[in-house]
Design a protein around this ligand. Structure first.
Ligand SMILES: N[C@@H](CCC(=O)N[C@@H](CS)C(=O)NCC(=O)O)C(=O)O
Length: 234
């Protein structure tokens, strides 16, 4: 049994997409990041960066004590290794998946995240910041589109690289992007969207948090924005 610490956001969806695809048993523990659950000491013991997702595997392969993992990329690798699914073991194919997973973790996720912040949440609309992140998101979409011109999925077969990127393309309109400008990316996006496991992962998201508004309340803004080292002091 996998304990999943989760809130329905792009990084959270990555893990439910994997668990649904692989058919692993899991239990969801909601971490309401708008209410400040990510700062609770019990959660910080699992996820010291006060971010979700995180997992605890109650039955690790070595038969030892439960294993906890934070960072969505590390969680996807852990679950792929545990299940033997969605990451090839052959050297070249494995690193094809891993390099595109790292590309998502270091590029698409953080840049699209800043894009959301400056275009949607920032109280001041700063043209320089908005243009920078909309353009960088556009460049990254172009990189993915080019890769998908020659591959059905990002690294060949459907893998954790696809599960990492897909949830960050779902909000493309909020990122100031048009899928029509990226035909290979659009074809891939529709293929991933039509997978039954993707539909189950996104249906679960609505159950955990029926509020799909992208507006942030004053309470949510207090918890999410302007964090300093003080939030992890205890
Ligand atoms: N690099 C981390 C990022 C995780 C992350 O940013 N999670 C956000 C939601 S998408 C979060 O937990 N935010 C809580 C906060 O900002 O305090 C990962 O991929 O797991």
């Amino acid at each position: 049994m996998i304990d999943l610490y989760y809130w329905p956001t792009p990084n959270g969806h990555k893990i439910t997409m994997f668990l649904e695809e692989a058919g692993l048993a899991y239990k969801v523990h909601p971490v309401n990041i708008g209410a400040g659950d990510q700062f609770k000491p019990d959660f910080l013991a699992i996820s010291p960066n006060n971010r979700m997702p995180a997992i605890v595997d109650q039955a690790p392969a070595d038969g030892g004590n439960p294993v906890s993992v934070f960072e969505s990329g590390a969680i996807l690798i852990y679950l792929a290794e545990k299940s033997g699914k969605f990451m090839p073991t052959e050297l070249r194919k494995r690193f094809d998946v891993l390099q595109w997973l790292m590309w998502q973790m270091g590029g698409l996720g953080p840049m699209a995240g800043q894009n959301h912040h400056f275009a949607n949440y920032a109280p001041e609309k700063l043209p320089y910041a908005i243009t920078r992140y909309v353009n960088e998101t556009n460049r990254l979409y172009g990189v993915l589109n080019k890769q998908l011109a020659r591959r059905e999925y990002i690294a060949g077969d459907y893998s954790i690289a696809d599960m990492a990127s897909y949830p960050w393309i779902v909000p493309y309109e909020r990122q100031g992007q048009k899928l029509e400008d990226f035909p290979h990316l659009k074809r891939w996006f529709e293929a991933v969207a039509s997978r039954p496991a993707t539909a189950r992962a996104y249906a679960l998201a609505k159950k955990v948090n029926p509020n799909t508004s992208t507006m942030r309340t004053a309470e949510e803004r207090k918890h999410l924005f302007g964090q300093t080292a003080a939030v992890v002091k205890n």
